[in-house]
Design a protein around this ligand. Structure first.
Ligand code: UTP
Length: 479
C-alpha cells in the first residue's frame, strides 16, 4: 500500500467506513490538519474491518457472550502437596522443571498491558511500589525472582513483557531508569499488544479526540497473537524456549518460574497448564475451572449458576473449588499452532460496559457520568479448551496469590503488603526462627524477604543459617 496516493487512501477508507456503518469517524475531517488526518487514517487502518460487522452484531448490539456448556462437572486437580501416590511423580516433575529452566527452555512472561483503572495509579502498574519495607515496585520483585532463579538453578531466564501502545514507552523508560533491576537489558524483551476500539451502545466506534479513535488494549488473551506478530514466538523458537511461564503484573507473590509446575506441565504432555486455589467462599469473584462438555475451561464467577457454585460432594466439600489465579505454563508450540493463521485466529470476546470519554458528532468531548461504551477483551484462559492434556495444579493462596487490583479493600495494595509480610513471617517460622507475634497471632513488625535471598520456604531454610535480628515491632528485611 506504500505507493497509494493520499486521495486514494482516503477514498478507500471512506468506502470501508460507509460499508461498515462507521462513516462518522471522518465527521471532523474538515477541521483537522495534515498531521491529524494522517493519525486518524492510521488509527482507522488498525481496525479489522473484515471482522467488524460480526463483532458489532454479536458482541456490541446483542451481547452474544458466553454460552454455558450443557454438561458441567468438576475438574481434576493435582494437589498442592502430593499424597503417597504422587510423591514420585512430583519429584520427577521438580527435576524436570529445574532441568528445563537450566537449559534455557523456559521464558518468563508478564502481561502488563492492562489499564489498571481500578487501582487508579498514574503509570504502568508494574511501577507501583508494593513491597512492605523497601517499597519495591512490582517489576522489581519479578526481576529479583528471575535473578534469584538464575542463581539457584544456574540459568539465564529470558523475560518477555507485554505492554500496550498506551504504556509501552513509560514501561521501557521505567526499566531503563532503574538499570533493568540488575538484569541484562538484552534478556528483557518488551513487545506491544493489539488494541480494540470502544463502541457506543449503538455499535458506532467512539472517537477519543476528533482525530483519534478510542482504542484500548484487547485483553490478556491478545497476548497470543501479539507474541506471534511481534516476532517473539520466532525468537523463542530460535533460542530453544519450549515453555512460557505466564503471569500477571499485579501479583507480588508469584513464583516467576516454578520448577514443579513447569515440570508437571512437561511430563504430563500438557499444552497449557494452570494454577488454581481453593475458593474462600462459594461465590468468590474468581474464575472457576470446570469440565464443560468434555473440555477443561474457566467459567467466570458471574456465569456459574449459583446452585453449582454452592454444590457439595458427598463429604461436604465444595464441588467447584478450583479458582483461577491467572498463572499458566504454555507450550510455545501450542501458541504457534493456534496463531498459525493470524487472520483467522481469535479467542471469544468478553464484553464490558465502561465509562469511556468520547467526542460527539458536534465535536465536543464528553466525560460520561455513567457507563456509555462497550469494550471487548479476549481472555487468556479461553485458550485452555483448545489445549491438549490441560493440567490444573492446586497451590496455596498465602504462598502465591495476592493481586493488587483496587485502591482499597479486597485485592488492594494494603492486602498484598499484609500477605507479603505474613508469607515472609511464615517462612521464617518454618526456617526455625519464629517471629515475634501479637496476641492475635499476626507478626509484630514488618517482614520482607527478597527473592534474591530465597524463592520459597524450603529455600529459605537452606540459605538462612543464622537467626536474623528480630525485635518486636521492628522491620526485618532480608536479602
Ligand atoms: P485486569 O483484568 O486486572 O485488568 O488484568 P487491568 O486493565 O490491569 O485493570 P482494570 O480492570 O482496568 O482495573 C489482569 C492482567 O492482565 C493484563 C494486566 O496488565 C494484568 O497483568 N492485561 C489486561 C493485559 O496485559 N492487557 C489487557 O488488555 C488487559
Amino acid at each position: 500500500m506504500s505507493n497509494e496516493s493520499p486521495q486514494s487512501r482516503l477514498a478507500r477508507i471512506r468506502n470501508q467506513l460507509e460499508i461498515s456503518g462507521q462513516a462518522h469517524l471522518l465527521k471532523h475531517w474538515d477541521r483537522l490538519n495534515d498531521r491529524q488526518r494522517d493519525e486518524l487514517l492510521g488509527d482507522i487502518e488498525q481496525i479489522n474491518f473484515a471482522a467488524l460487522k460480526g463483532l458489532v452484531n454479536d458482541y456490541v448490539l446483542s451481547g452474544k457472550g458466553f454460552r454455558l456448556p450443557t454438561e458441567i462437572r468438576p475438574v481434576e486437580v493435582y494437589p498442592a502437596r502430593p499424597g503417597i501416590d504422587l510423591v514420585g511423580k512430583y519429584a520427577d516433575a521438580l527435576k524436570r522443571g529445574v532441568a528445563l529452566i537450566k537449559a534455557g527452555k523456559v521464558a518468563a512472561f508478564t502481561v502488563a498491558g492492562g489499564q489498571g483503572t481500578r487501582l487508579g495509579f498514574d503509570g504502568p502498574k508494574g511501577a507501583f511500589r508494593i513491597s512492605p519495607i523497601r517499597q519495591k515496585p512490582l517489576f522489581q520483585l519479578f526481576a529479583e525472582g528471575i535473578r534469584g532463579s538464575n542463581r539457584r538453578y544456574g540459568a539465564d531466564v529470558p523475560w518477555y513483557i507485554m505492554t500496550s501502545p498506551q504504556n509501552d514507552r513509560a514501561t521501557r523508560e521505567f526499566f531503563a531508569e532503574n538499570g533493568y533491576f540488575g538484569l541484562r537489558p538484552e534478556r528483557v524483551r518488551f513487545f506491544t499488544q493489539g488494541v480494540m476500539p470502544a463502541f457506543g451502545r449503538d455499535g458506532r466506534i467512539l472517537l477519543d479526540q476528533p482525530h483519534r479513535v478510542a482504542f484500548s488494549p484487547d485483553g490478556h488473551g491478545g497476548s497470543l497473537l501479539a507474541l506471534k506478530r511481534s516476532g517473539c514466538l520466532a525468537e523463542m523458537a530460535a533460542a530453544g524456549v519450549e515453555v512460557i511461564s505466564y503471569f500477571q503484573v499485579d501479583n507480588p507473590l508469584v513464583s516467576v518460574v516454578d520448577p514443579l509446575f513447569l515440570g508437571l506441565h512437561a511430563i504430563t504432555g500438557s499444552e497449557m497448564s494452570s494454577k488454581v486455589i481453593p475458593k474462600v467462599d462459594d461465590l468468590e469473584r474468581v474464575g472457576n475451572f470446570v469440565i464443560g462438555d468434555g473440555r477443561t475451561m474457566v467459567v467466570e464467577y458471574s456465569d456459574l449458576p449459583e446452585e453449582l457454585a454452592r454444590a457439595r460432594d458427598e463429604r461436604g466439600n465444595r464441588l467447584y473449588d478450583a479458582g483461577s489465579i491467572a498463572i499458566h505454563a504454555i507450550d510455545r508450540r501450542f501458541v504457534e499452532r493456534l496463531t498459525a493463521d493470524e487472520a483467522t485466529f481469535a479467542l471469544p470476546w468478553h464484553r464490558a460496559v465502561k465509562k469511556v470519554p468520547f467526542v460527539n458528532d458536534a465535536g465536543v468531548r464528553v466525560e460520561p457520568a455513567e457507563p456509555n461504551a462497550i469494550k471487548l477483551e479476549a481472555f487468556i484462559f479461553d485458550a485452555i479448551p483448545l489445549a491438549g492434556q490441560p493440567l490444573v495444579l492446586q497451590t496455596v493462596r498465602s504462598e502465591e496469590f495476592s493481586p493488587v487490583k483496587n485502591d482499597r479493600g479486597v485485592d488492594s495494595a494494603e492486602t498484598a503488603r499484609r500477605d507479603m509480610v505474613l508469607r515472609a513471617a511464615a517462612w521464617l517460622d518454618g526456617a526455625g526462627y519464629p517471629v515475634p507475634r501479637r496476641a492475635d497471632g499476626t507478626p509484630d513488625g514488618l517482614y520482607e524477604i527478597s527473592p534474591l535471598l530465597a524463592l520459597d520456604a524450603g529455600h529459605l531454610r537452606e540459605v538462612l543459617l543464622e537467626p536474623p535480628p528480630m525485635v518486636r515491632g521492628g522491620d526485618v528485611y532480608l536479602e
